[in-house]
Design a protein around this ligand. Structure first.
Ligand SMILES: [Zn+2]
Ligand SMILES: [Zn+2]
Length: 342
């Protein structure tokens, strides 16, 4: 039996272990992928730090990680259209195909979803098994770093695609990787004005690099004041990526009447907002979960082929064995997207 190196959560508690494990076997409807580039998600950091969510959700031992680009090295016997040697990434949510939502084209809110690297063994390893239906082929010669971040980029596309951004003023609260992707997407989509906020200076600099016109320190500048001065009546659209209730409240205050918000940042506590303001300003709030399968993926492909450049968001690269350093860098917030090379 061939062995491979993998980053595993071996037992309940903080940290990860670099282990030697068997190369996984594929089923008839799956492919085996040799991972070229992995990317670390906020979810992986939660699992590394072992927060309440992780403790309730994960059943160790499990190999974590779900964002990758790699090459198919083995194809299950029922799989058609995929061949050995193809460069691919994948949708990390495995849907049941049977529930109401799956059967009405809403697999992104499937009742029985399994998440790669959370509910099944993931891709922080030399090889990983992926359901063929989830595989997303990448063009030959495609930058594997950009390939590896399709999953979070898809979250940003899903959040942005709730609105027409052409000629609009857009607020992005929270400039982690998904917020930064949102800024780049808004710029690419023809937004008139982009105002970003984050308390982290490193990330505010990245926000400028990917196209924000105004960058506000959510900590001490008042977002609403800046937005009012720049727009007169308030912004058209809010993309809330921070999971900070303070950012959400100031973002909603900074919207014009009839404005709309996509909410993707996850709030760890109960949030109170001024619902009277939502009512009297006639705001629309969209909850955003995952990526539409596969509408969001086709949008992403079209935008990347049309010149959307998200490479400035990818700031660091580490070897698999340097995972602890990579995770601590992410905990510090002094980074954009961080890659791991198996
Ligand atoms: Zn992710
Ligand atoms: Zn389902």
């Amino acid at each position: 039996m061939a062995l491979m190196r993998a980053l595993q959560k071996r037992s309940a508690g903080p940290g990860l272990e670099l282990c030697e494990v068997d190369v996984p076997k594929i089923g008839p409807n799956q492919v085996l992928v040799k991972i070229e580039v992995a990317a670390i998600c906020g979810t992986d950091l939660h699992i590394y730090n072992w927060d309440t969510w992780s403790a309730n959700r994960l059943h160790p031992p499990v190999i974590i990680g779900h964002e990758f680009a790699g090459r198919i090295v083995q194809v299950g016997k029922n799989v058609t259209g995929l061949t050995e040697g193809m460069l691919v990434t994948a949708e990390g949510h495995f849907t049941c195909g049977r529930c109401y939502y799956c059967r009405t084209g809403q697999g992104h809110i499937c009742d029985d979803v399994k998440i790669l690297g959370v509910d099944t063994d993931g891709i922080f390893a030399e090889y990983a098994v992926i359901d063929a239906g989830n595989v997303w082929p990448l063009p030959e010669g495609f930058d594997p770093g950009v390939g590896a971040v399709h999953d979070p980029l898809g979250n940003a596309f899903h959040a942005a695609s709730a609105h027409c951004l052409l000629g609009k003023s857009v607020i992005v609260t929270g400039c982690g990787p998904i917020g930064l992707f949102c800024i780049a997407i808004a710029r690419h989509s023809g937004a008139k004005l982009i105002i970003a906020s984050d308390t982290n200076e490193y990330r505010r600099n990245l926000a400028r690099q990917v196209g924000a016109d105004y960058v506000v320190n959510g900590g001490d500048e008042e977002l609403e004041t800046v937005v009012r001065e720049a727009t007169g009546i308030g912004a058209d659209v809010l993309l809330e990526m921070s999971g900070s209730s303070r950012a959400l409240r100031s973002g909603l205050r900074a919207l014009r009447k009839g404005g709309a918000a996509s909410l993707l940042g996850i709030f760890s506590d109960d949030v109170s907002i001024d619902l009277d303001a939502v009512i009297f300003k006639q705001l629309t709030l969209y909850g955003i979960n995952g990526r539409r399968m596969f509408d969001t993926w086709y949008q992403m492909k079209a935008a990347l082929e049309g010149g959307l450049d998200i490479r400035p968001v990818i700031t660091h690269k580490f070897k698999l064995e340097e995972y602890a350093e990579a995770m601590e860098l992410m905990n510090s917030g002094r980074c954009g997207k961080v890659l791991l090379i198996p």
